[in-house]
Ligand binder design. Structure first.
Ligand SMILES: [Zn+2]
Length: 239
């Protein structure tokens, strides 16, 4: 069991639990409500018993995270679905999607409280990044390789730069997905061809097409290998 002590001020703190993500005990101090998002807050968070445990909401030794609270049963269901997506994406957390600290529950003042705690990623796509379109496609390919279709990536607003990576956020429209994009498939006529995934194909239209290199294929790398090779671009993005 993991726990989260969510500290709002000197008088208000929530003790919440999670049975799905290890045995870490987190302490989080609320910084502020996220602009325009009434149920989303930023916090300073760290694990109890480590140097990163925050002593206040200005303690820069601790990480900044986002706490998404659910205020209705419908919102709680949506958070539970999002938590399941993050669990499925465990292999690419911190690489293509934010790290998930956990999906916590508890009762405060007789009311059920549910929240999802995620790494805070901020910035604009492309900001101080050498090849942002490559990073966008890297993250999108990684998501699909983990069996998730996002469902709302084409607007570009769910890509956020974080360090050297481009993180994909917000999985409200995500669905499980067996991605055959670029893989050898048999067509309805029984002839072999290459699979086309609508979400990845549409992203490639905007950002360019990347493929794993022949060199890596020949030495037996799997289709999920991260080593992508840019082969061509469209729309004047790559020349
Ligand atoms: Zn796909």
């Amino acid at each position: 069991m993991s726990t989260l002590e969510l500290i709002w001020d000197a008088h208000t703190r929530y003790k919440l639990w999670s049975w799905t993500n290890g045995s870490t005990h987190y302490v989080a101090h609320v910084i502020r409500r996220l602009n325009g998002r009434p149920h989303i807050f930023t916090v300073r968070i760290g694990a109890r018993g480590t140097a990163t445990v925050p002593t206040s909401n200005t303690d820069e030794c601790a990480s900044v995270a986002v706490v998404k609270m659910a205020s209705t049963p419908e919102a709680a269901e949506a958070l539970a679905r999002e938590a399941q997506v993050y669990a499925q994406l465990a292999g690419v957390q911190g690489i293509a999607v934010p790290r998930c600290f956990g999906h916590f529950h508890g009762r405060v003042g007789g009311k059920e409280v549910v929240c999802l705690v995620l790494e805070y990623c901020a910035g604009f796509p492309g900001e101080q990044m050498q090849d942002p379109h490559r990073q966008i496609m890297f993250s999108a390919y990684a998501l699909h390789a983990q069996g998730i279709m996002h469902g709302d990536l084409l607007s570009g607003r769910h890509f956020v730069k974080s360090g050297r990576a481009m993180m994909i956020l917000d999985f409200a429209a995500a669905v499980p997905h067996h991605c055959l994009h670029g893989k050898r498939v048999l067509g309805p006529d029984g002839r072999p061809g290459r699979g086309v995934c609508p979400e990845l194909a549409a992203l490639e239209q905007s950002y360019g097409v990347y493929r794993r290199s022949e060199r890596h294929s020949k030495r037996g790398a799997s289709d999920d290998d991260d080593d992508l090779e840019h082969t061509r671009g469209r729309g004047g993005v790559y020349r």
